[in-house]
Design a protein around this ligand. Structure first.
Ligand SMILES: Cc1cc2nc3c(=O)[nH]c(=O)nc-3n(C[C@H](O)[C@H](O)[C@H](O)COP(=O)(O)O)c2cc1C
Length: 303
């Protein structure tokens, strides 16, 4: 039996469910020496904004127990440079490219969508409304009405498959997911980093220059799983699960909790080959477990 690895994400069908998480895999080129990019289910490059952003001051990261804090601040070279300098390599790499975008205002969605819609090699968009490290844009991920407004605006401008990436830093994540779905999102990506802080008590300062920062890595997996499960129970659209995944069993946990595909983030820093290993190992793993298709497992968790 050859297991069916296909990930069905509404209008987006991927050969397998293993994707890279935005901001942790560069623009593909930086990771190409670790494995064959074309074998990945999808590549999500670093979030792109309309104008270039220098990001936050250093130090921007700090390791913690089983996790990482970062406050990169959406450092990127802007949309023009992304389309001219980064997208051609990504598009030629052979895996579907899901372009992560962020907007400060709903109006900023228009040029982002228009330019990317017509750029060759874009398989889908992922709207990041959940970065904790920037002052503009994060409210879209914490207020259902604002979420609906920004997603609705983007939806009108593109027929590309549209994922909306949510923040776990809310009281009821299902409400935000429902708002994104109502506004026309095709997919929910859950979750971005948790809001955190690392303290250097001797100096009385944060270990990250920006102050508070986004917490990721294996330590956040239980929170991410809870979010995916709650979203699965609320919406009808498919979910991409992300948060702390570092093994094949982690992948299976997210699938059972309700994810139709997963993204690997922080684990790529300490195990750059992991995404490739997961793609290689999944068929045998599923065959041994007598699982014919991942789709049949999605959301089968009993609670
Ligand atoms: C250094 C770093 C940079 C990140 N940059 C982005 C980003 O630009 N856009 C985004 O949507 N998420 C970004 N994230 C969040 C990840 O994509 C992911 O949602 C989060 O880290 C949880 O997954 P993980 O525990 O597997 O890392 C970043 C995470 C890290 C660690």
């Amino acid at each position: 039996m050859t297991p069916d690895l296909t990930a069905r994400l509404g209008p987006l069908t991927l050969a397998n469910p293993i994707l890279t998480a935005s901001g942790t895999f560069g623009y593909g080129r930086e990771m190409a020496s670790w494995g064959d990019l074309s074998r990945l289910g999808g590549i999500v490059p670093k979030t792109v904004t309309l104008a270039p952003r220098p990001g936050n001051a250093a130090p921007r990261t700090c390791e913690t127990t089983a996790g990482l804090l970062n406050a990169i601040g959406l450092d990127n070279d802007g949309l023009d440079e992304f389309i001219a300098g980064k997208l051609p390599f990504l598009a030629a790499a052979g895996a579907p490219v899901i372009v992560s975008i962020a907007a400060k205002t709903p109006e900023e969605c228009d040029p982002l969508a228009e330019r990317l819609h017509s750029a060759p090699g874009v398989a889908a968009l992922e709207l990041n409304i959940s970065c904790p490290n920037v002052s503009g844009g994060v409210d879209f991920g914490t207020d259902p009405r604002l979420c609906e407004k920004v997603v609705g605006r983007l939806r009108k401008k593109t027929t590309l498959p549209l994922a909306v990436k949510l923040s776990p830093n809310v009281t009821r994540i299902a409400d935000i997911a429902l708002a994104a779905e109502a506004a026309g999102a095709d997919i929910i990506t859950a979750v971005n980093t948790l809001y955190g802080l690392a303290v250097d008590w001797r100096r009385g300062i944060s270990r990250v220059a920006n102050g508070y920062a986004g917490f990721s890595g294996p330590a956040i997996k239980p929170v991410a799983l809870r979010c995916v499960s709650q979203i699965f129970r609320a919406v009808k659209i498919p979910i991409i699960g992300v948060g702390g995944i570092a093994s094949i069993d982690d992948v299976m946990e997210f699938i059972v909790a309700g994810a139709s595909a997963v993204q690997i983030g922080t684990a790529s820093f300490f195990r750059p080959r992991l995404v490739f290993e997961l793609v290689d190992r999944l068929p045998d793993f599923l065959a041994k477990e007598n699982i014919a298709s991942l789709t049949e497992l999605v959301g089968t968790l009993k609670l």
